[in-house]
Design a protein around this ligand. Structure first.
Ligand code: 16G
Length: 245
């Protein structure tokens, strides 16, 4: 599909400023995966002619999309689709925050919510004594309407008011009770999605994924979360800033 087909023509009766309309169209096309990562977008002059707007308008729209991280400019080469979420591996951010900071709308679908005593395996992962009550949350995570990840969280009940305290964001609920983790250990490995996961995410069996396990801790050292996330490999780049020791 050509860039202009994917983006469509502008609605001149729409009262929103033209650069905002262009941003919205391009953002939608990107999140609907109409382009391949690294596809070049047409030059400013061509965009201005085809869309019948000034080059200044085009530049303003592109600047905004670059700032959102959806497009990248490469000196001397042009502007390209940066179709992946750059997720910092060194920040203790939440899915909701990661999406909002990119101008995407986070959304989740519940697979299940339950409470019960820790299983022996969870007791080990969370360093809890047998019999402790935990809440379990299983969610499909979306950016706009696109699946991004599958997430399975186990939270000790001392961190939340109730099972229903978690609505859209787990971290918002933890923060509400002063129990947002302040430190975490993360483990990452490459996985291939099995057929059940692929079905849920609407992708192909054996597509590549990133499995990230996070153990989050409170300031006093108690465990606040144990979450296993399966992120779509085609949607994420993990980025970390490294400093000399
Ligand atoms: C992120 C975290 C996950 C956390 C979730 C909370 C990673 C690898 N994982 O996905 O541990 O439970 O955010 O998101 O970053 P929420 O506040 O939007 O529910």
């Amino acid at each position: 599909m050509s860039f202009f087909q994917a983006v469509g023509s502008l609605d001149k009766t729409d009262p929103a400023p033209l650069y905002m309309q262009i941003k919205k169209r391009v953002r939608e096309a990107i999140t609907n995966r109409a382009f391949e990562t690294d596809d070049a977008i047409p030059a400013e002059r061509e965009l201005a002619t085809e869309m019948n707007v000034s080059r200044l308008t085009i530049r303003k729209a592109i600047d905004g999309l670059v700032a959102e991280g959806l497009l990248t400019r490469r000196r001397g080469a042009g502007t390209f689709i940066a179709n992946r979420v750059e997720k910092s591996f060194s920040k203790l951010s939440s899915f909701t925050e990661d999406m909002i900071s990119r101008g995407l709308r986070p959304h989740s679908k519940w697979l299940s919510k339950s409470e019960g005593s820790v299983t022996p395996e969870e007791a080990l992962s969370l360093s809890l004594s047998p019999g402790t009550l935990v809440y379990r949350f299983q969610r499909i995570r979306y950016a706009n309407d696109l699946t991004m990840a599958l997430e399975y969280s186990t939270i000790p009940s001392y961190c939340l008011k109730s099972l229903d305290a978690v609505q859209e964001s787990l971290y918002a609920a933890l923060e509400h009770t002063g129990n947002r983790p302040v430190r975490a250990l993360q483990r990452l490995r490459a996985v291939l999605f099995n057929s059940e996961q692929a079905d849920i995410l609407g992708i192909n069996v054996r597509d590549a994924g990133l499995f990230i396990e996070r153990r989050g801790f409170l300031a006093d050292g108690r465990t606040a979360e144990f979450t296993q996330s399966y992120y779509r490999g085609d949607a994420y780049d993990l980025v970390a800033e490294l400093n000399d020791v």
